[in-house]
Design a binder for this molecule. Structure first.
Ligand code: AMP
Ligand code: MG
Length: 492
């Protein structure tokens, strides 16, 4: 039996200015190191067949499955504020689209599958480390309930890629609602190709915002829709301590999924100014700067859509500004609502925002672990004896005691039982996040020793981030001082 992909491709039916047709480059000796079996089933694929040598060849780009229409997508983008008129898939190839069990169209893309017309000086390849990082973190995000691209498989190619040293090459199979980015619109805007912008916008509305297709002003509604999803997405990132690291417009998905896990990281101790990415020297994409950058990226999208808004440019700009103006409120609403849930408030009262901000300030001042503080606060909501575990997160535990008094007075005004509150808090405050030192350890074991047991275990633990999983309690721990990861790398 051969592996069957039930492809139903739509993007490759768009005009040929949208992409370049290009097949993956065959690799020497593909070996499957991870298949996401539940995801395969969800996509209508047979996981047993994907685990055969033929399956590994497909997932490595050595064999192109029937029905695939491999393309590299064209896009542009602002990278750290600098506009690049042509980026495109330089190391990724879209095999095609399938309709998943929920009826949602999903891209199946190979990342690291060889050069394309968009590769510029790159080799079109990916190293094993970044592939494992993307697998771990994207699947962790999914389990946390945050919109994200997913990882179907990782294969090693049997070849080396040359970075600072020679590293094992790998291919990640990425699954996304689509790979259309703000930068895709920018690609056509800089070429003043208004027909293409309209074609792309129509495709996006039909695919990601079908409820808008009957709107009186569908393109305005599209911008408003993307603004709403991005505001919500960035709020969710902040609520779990996630730092994307490269929030360029080419890494900003139109569907509202988190995309492109390069030098991303979850913070350990709370610090709003935190930056991990080695290439983010100015702190442009620091944790607390992400909402501002989200709006900046959406403003670039709005500029692309102006010709669809009105022939009168001034009018179009005014309309765009009004739509963009919804972002700060939408973000703040989602973020504040999320914070209230994190501290176990079921209702909204004057003074809540200040109460929560005082906790965050105390956490920042006392280098409190972001994840553990909230998780243990859930236990403290049930039983004050657990306060010890929250206090332990603070350099000066007294900073928590003062706050806890005010917090207890506030929650006492609500009728919910202690265990109800704990359960609600545990449902939003994960016990397990992909801590950097764990991710690094997994990569080291795989790259240095061809040992994937740590990777498997980490993936397993992170699939249930809101469960206590006492047997894996050590995975909750922040790094020891000598385990701390201060910098993350794109590793492209
Ligand atoms: P990224 O930093 O992953 O968002 O990539 C930015 C741009 O660089 C995209 O156009 C990528 O396709 C391209 N790129 C990154 N790594 C490579 C590589 N190894 N070979 C070719 N193109 C690459
Ligand atoms: Mg990218």
């Amino acid at each position: 039996m051969t592996v069957h992909f039930p492809f139903q491709n739509s993007y490759s039916a768009l005009p040929d200015t949208f992409f370049a047709r290009v097949a993956p480059t065959p690799v020497a000796a593909p070996r499957l190191i991870k298949l996401n079996r539940p995801l395969a089933v969800h996509l209508g694929l047979d996981p047993d067949l994907l685990e055969t040598p033929e399956g590994a060849e497909i997932l490595a780009g050595k064999t192109v499955p029937a029905g695939a229409d491999p393309i590299a997508m064209a896009y542009a983008g602002h990278q750290f504020g600098q506009f690049v008129p042509q980026l495109g898939d330089g190391r990724a190839i879209l095999l095609g689209e399938v309709i998943d069990k929920d009826g949602v169209r999903r891209d199946i893309q190979l990342k690291g599958s060889g050069p394309t017309p968009f590769s510029r000086r790159g080799d079109g390849r990916a190293a094993l480390g970044p592939v494992l990082r993307e697998y771990v973190v994207s699947e962790a995000m999914y389990a946390l309930g945050i919109p994200t691209t997913r990882s179907l498989a990782a294969v090693v190619t049997g070849e080396h890629v040359i970075r600072e040293t020679a590293l094992p090459g790998a291919v990640l199979t990425r699954v996304a609602a689509s790979h259309i980015r703000v930068g895709t619109f920018q690609y056509f805007a800089v070429r003043r190709d208004t027909d293409a912008i309209r074609r792309l916008a129509d495709h996006v509305i039909a695919r990601h915002y079908p409820e808008l297709s009957g709107a009186e002003r569908p393109y305005h509604a599209l911008l408003a829709g993307v603004v709403a999803r991005q505001a919500d997405l960035v709020a969710r990132w902040l609520l779990v301590g996630f730092i994307h690291g490269v929030m360029n417009t080419d890494n900003t998905s139109i569907s509202g999924e988190t995309i492109d896990y390069g030098p991303c990281a979850f913070m350990d101790s709370y610090d709003p100014a935190q930056v991990f990415s080695s290439i983010d020297e100015m702190g442009r994409y620091a944790y607390a700067n992400q909402p501002r950058i989200g709006l900046w990226n959406l403003t670039r999208l709005a500029e692309c859509l102006l010709p669809l808004f009105s022939d009168d440019q001034e009018k179009a700009i005014e309309q765009a500004q009004e739509i963009l103006g919804a972002f700060p409120d939408a973000f703040t609403r989602a973020y504040q609502a999320g914070l209230r849930m994190k501290v176990g408030l079921f209702t909204e009262r004057d003074g809540d925002e200040a109460l929560i901000q005082d906790l965050l300030d105390a956490m920042a001042k006392n280098a409190a672990d972001f994840t553990l503080t909230f998780r243990k606060l859930g236990d403290a909501a049930r039983d004050a004896a657990a306060d010890e575990h929250v206090r332990a997160q603070f350099i000066d535990p007294a900073a928590f005691d003062e706050w806890a008094k005010r917090w207890r007075e506030r929650i006492a005004a609500e009728p919910q039982s202690a265990s109800e509150r704990q359960a609600a808090m545990h449902a939003v405050n994960p016990a397990f996040i992909p801590r950097n030192h764990r991710v690094e350890a997994v990569i080291r074991a795989a790259v240095d020793n061809d040992d994937y047991a740590p990777f498997e275990e980490l993936v397993k633990v992170l699939a249930k981030p809101y469960d206590d999983q006492p047997e894996y309690a050590a995975y909750q721990d922040p790094p020891l001082p000598d385990q701390r990861v201060l910098r993350t790398f794109c590793g492209t």
